[in-house]
Design a protein around this ligand. Sequence first.
Ligand SMILES: Cc1ncc(COP(=O)(O)O)c(C=O)c1O
Length: 369
Amino acid sequence: MNTNPPVVYNFSAGPATLPTAVLRTAQHELLDYNGSGCSVMTMSHRSDTFMSILHHAEQDLRDLMGIPNNYKVLFLQGGASAQFNMVVMNLANGFERVDSVVTGNWSQIAHKQMGSLSSARIHLAAHGGERYDYTDVPPPETWDVDASSAFVHYVINETVHGLQYRDIPKPDGLPTMVCDMSSEILSRPVNVRDFGVIYAGAQKNIGPSGATIVIIREDLLERCSDRVPDVWNYRSHVERQGMYNTPATYPIYIAGLVFRWLQAQGGVKAMEAVNELKARILYAAIDGSGGFYRNNVAAHARSYMNVIFHTPNAELDERFAQEATVHGLQLLRGYKTMGGLRASIYNAMPVQGVEALVAFMQDFQRRYG
Ligand SMILES: Cc1ncc(COP(=O)(O)O)c(C=O)c1O
């Protein structure tokens, strides 16, 4: 029997493709993890075996990202969306103002949600939609921020609009930076010290959905009030070593496997080189199509993770997505409110996947251009 699955490339924005090697290891260990006689799915989160999985996952993430000792790492639940509220509940206590940078769909949602449980005013520090119709990101030096604000929140890579701060904003003169890195974490090196909080839903560059990474500078925990219920309280989670309640054990286990896979690839710096290559190949195909394929994002703000493009009309976009699926190139439709096409090319997408997409794009253009 041939057990090799057909070659299919999954361009979903998330839950996204995972390294085949990771899935094979998970398959191999599914019924009996490391001689324990149990699946990771069915063992107590307080067992020594799971505690060891959690400990190693955290340590490997620390090594990959160079997370300093004065930062805590949490694997929470609730997705990145829960963080829109948690950052305010925990960090804005006693402050008058939170600064918020809107650059696309997710920061717009964060902006609105941050206001829903905040006694602090959520101040719109910059709006990339009003300024650039979401084809560029407002430079940090134009953000209207106040150093005395609780923090400034921004999304470093806008998954839906295909926009990325390629030059990572630096904290000089900025309040504490709180950054949603959901769709680019571990795709390139960042200096964790520049941030007060980094958070990310796992389901793009880390593992399956269900776990949310929060990396938080220790001194910020002093801001967490006892009035914030424990399940939403960063300090409570840190004080109970991530075991305040049952963590998402299986997603954490897969995340740990992905971290080990990343180390085997040469770490985040090596990943960055591959990601740059993939993005270069795909944008070159769009720009070299004589206008058949379009991407309107300013060159310096084009996302290396989520590549948006359009054919000449919506009907052809739909035809493209359908025909691509038949060719094993899956989930290329753009976000529901955006239309068009989107190729998400996270860490686990091999260069061959992007080359296969480009070959299909060229063939499609020959037939419909
Ligand atoms: C940048 C960004 N932030 C937040 C979210 C929401 O994440 P979740 O569904 O984990 O709440 C997403 C989801 O795609 C995202 O891409």
